[in-house]
Design a protein around this ligand. Structure first.
Ligand code: PA5
Ligand code: NI
Length: 188
């Protein structure tokens, strides 16, 4: 039987108490997602293989829903920023929300049929991610970007398509500000 529980989420650090799991994604694991992977190699040569983001989960066994936080560290790779892998959900009728707690970023999305959208990630904005929209978050600020996510526990992650084709859009620095541009290397 499942029992109710209060879970404390620190909006600045992303700490989840209690948590059921966590993982860390190193920058080297994201190398091939960048338009110029050799710039990742140069970053790692200069700064080491830093943590790009952490994910902390609250996934109660037997529940239909789960939630957690993603803590994205700040950093720049060429004209791009630190970013998550990006994915569709494996279960195609499952959506999600991303509720930004601190920091600033951009949520990039594209649909199976090729529409693109973005949602500004600023504290207080809760982004609605419908089913069948690939989503990637990008930390465009100088501080950590911390957001709470919540989805069906069976949503799953399908990383394959974004890994092979890329996201349709990129967030890049232009004139000192983040701008959204078409990804020149997107594989149609
Ligand atoms: O389920 C989600 O969308 C999030 O928990 C992400 O998995 C998390 O932000 C990390 O991103 P990704 O899974 O694309 O590497
Ligand atoms: Ni998701």
């Amino acid at each position: 039987m499942l029992f109710p529980e209060g879970v404390t989420i620190d909006g600045l650090t992303g700490a989840v108490t209690p948590a059921t799991g966590r993982y860390v994604k190193k920058l080297s694991a994201l190398r091939d997602l960048y338009e110029r992977p050799e710039q990742v190699d140069a970053y790692i040569a200069a700064h080491g293989d830093v943590d790009a983001y952490d994910v902390i989960e609250y996934r109660p066994d037997g529940s239909d829903i789960c939630f957690g936080t993603t803590i994205m560290y700040p950093g720049r790779i060429g004209r791009e920023y630190f970013l998550t892998r990006g994915h569709f959900h494996a279960k195609t009728d499952r959506g999600e929300i991303y509720y930004t707690q601190s920091g600033e970023g951009v949520l990039l999305l594209h649909s199976r049929s090729g529409e693109t959208r973005s949602v500004a990630m600023t504290p207080g904005v809760c982004a609605f991610i419908p089913p069948e929209w690939a989503h990637r978050s990008v930390n465009t600020g100088p501080e950590k970007l911390v957001f709470v996510w919540m989805c069906g526990i069976d949503a799953g992650h399908d990383y394959g398509e974004v890994a092979t084709r890329g996201m349709r859009d990129l967030v890049v620095e232009q004139d000192g500000r983040p701008a959204i541009v078409a990804n020149p290397k997107y594989r149609v």
